[in-house]
Design a protein around this ligand. Structure first.
Ligand SMILES: [Zn+2]
Length: 249
């Protein structure tokens, strides 16, 4: 299990920092390269192949770390996204929960320009689940002191796990799925930037930008930016990398 936590600079503490807790989990899969598919790059998805940044804005690919099985690249499209309202029943569908869903759907639409995403009605089909719920409070270890730190309130949390996908009509492949929790308790104006940022992680940007003009900047800022050319340049480089995910076992 790996934990990755990033905190915003103190100057930004008045905003709720977006923190990532990455939980890489093996469900009974022996962690040995010998019985896993070899590292190979997938063909570049058309939306990324067509992307050209004529302004040469650069990227932050060096901040993105591969996992034990390579980069977190999707290769079966569309990627299925399930949006779950949590315990709230439809009868008690408040305007705040409607705004939350609208913001999440907008984030899905924004990323769909580059990678095909499909919102599905069944949780079982989902590869990315977005849950309307407050992320759990967890103490974190301060690496400089070795002391446990009191948890800070997080507005969102994203985690992934690996599994072996078996089906009757397709080869058995090493797969991954993501779980995103986005708090219902933050001001609605922050739901879209949270969803955009966390979806960026789930699409493979497993790291943060040092520039606040990027959607994957490590902290929430007042005027949160749209998906930037640097975000897409980074995403495109990730999708050119080798991975064991999506290949036949
Ligand atoms: Zn993040």
């Amino acid at each position: 299990m790996t934990n990755l936590q990033r905190k915003g600079p103190r100057a930004l503490a008045i905003f709720t920092a977006i923190l990532v807790l990455a939980v890489g989990q093996w469900r009974g899969i022996p962690l040995s390269a010998a019985n896993l598919p070899p590292l190979q790059a997938h063909p570049l998805p058309p939306g990324l192949a067509q992307w050209q940044d004529t302004a040469n804005s650069g990227d932050y690919f060096s901040e993105v770390k591969p996992t034990e099985v390579g980069y977190l690249v999707w290769s079966k499209f569309p990627i299925k996204v399930y949006i779950f309202m949590g315990e709230e029943s439809p009868a008690n569908n408040s305007s705040s929960s409607k705004k939350w869903v609208e913001a999440v759907l907008q984030a899905v639409q924004e990323w769909s320009v580059y990678l095909p995403l499909e919102v599905v009605n069944q949780p079982d089909d989902a590869e990315i689940t977005i849950l309307r719920s407050r992320p759990p409070l967890r103490p974190s270890l301060d690496p400089s002191t070795g002391q446990l730190q009191l948890p800070r309130v997080r507005s969102a949390e994203t985690s992934y796990e690996f599994y072996i996908r078996k089906s009757l009509d397709a080869p058995t492949v090493l797969s991954h799925r993501f779980n995103i929790q986005i708090s219902p308790n933050q001001a609605p104006i922050y739901t879209l930037p949270s969803a955009r940022h966390e979806l960026g992680h789930a699409l493979g940007i497993w790291g943060h930008s040092p520039k606040e003009t990027d959607a994957l900047y490590f902290s929430q800022v007042r005027n949160s930016p749209p998906i930037s050319p640097r975000d897409i340049n980074t995403l495109k480089r990730i999708y050119e990398q080798p991975t064991r995910l999506g290949w036949e076992l």
